[in-house]
Ligand binder design. Structure first.
Ligand code: RTP
Ligand code: MG
Length: 141
């Protein structure tokens, strides 16, 4: 498997629950390395731009509203097969469907407040990482 990078966001609900550290521990235990991180309260424009692929979906406004409701913790994760590995750690979009032991099963309350974001493919990851981080802000080993 190849060394990959993926973008992860700990969403406002999980930041409010004070579980950034617990989620970071799951990344680290799975062999993912945090190579960049920043806490940020997204503007509406930033949230809309980030989720632009969902612009036409019925849940878009609720999604943006939620993402600007409080600070988020944004990180770049690096590791073997990082994109898929992070998606496995996260669990299904709707916490009701998320496998036991996944981040969403353990920390998410609803499909809207679902604790984490993770890039869904390598190409998406590249775009999403560049959306939030300059090359000079990323510190690989
Ligand atoms: P994310 O992008 O946040 O990592 O989530 P995801 O890939 O698992 O799900 P995605 O399809 O990309 O949807 C982005 C976020 O929109 C909300 N959503 N609501 N009500 C609905 O049917 C619905 N579908 C999606 C979720 O909060 C999801 O995380
Ligand atoms: Mg997605």
């Amino acid at each position: 498997m190849a060394l990959e990078r993926t973008l992860s966001i700990i969403k406002p609900d999980a930041v409010a629950k004070n579980v950034i550290g617990e989620i970071y521990t799951r990344f680290e235990k799975a062999g993912l390395r945090i190579i960049a991180a920043k806490m940020k309260h997204l503007s509406r424009k930033e949230a809309e731009g980030f989720y632009a692929v969902h612009r036409e979906r019925p849940f878009f406004n609720a999604l943006v509203e939620f993402m600007v409701s409080g600070p988020v913790m944004i990180q770049v994760l690096e590791g073997e097969g990082a994109v898929l590995k992070n998606r496995e750690l996260m669990g299904a979009t709707n916490p009701k469907d998320a496998a036991p032991g996944t981040i969403r099963a353990d920390f998410a309350a609803s499909i809207d407040a679902n604790a984490v974001h993770g890039s869904d493919a390598l190409e998406t990851a590249k775009v999403e990482i560049a959306y939030f981080f300059a090359d000079t802000e990323i510190s690989p080993r």
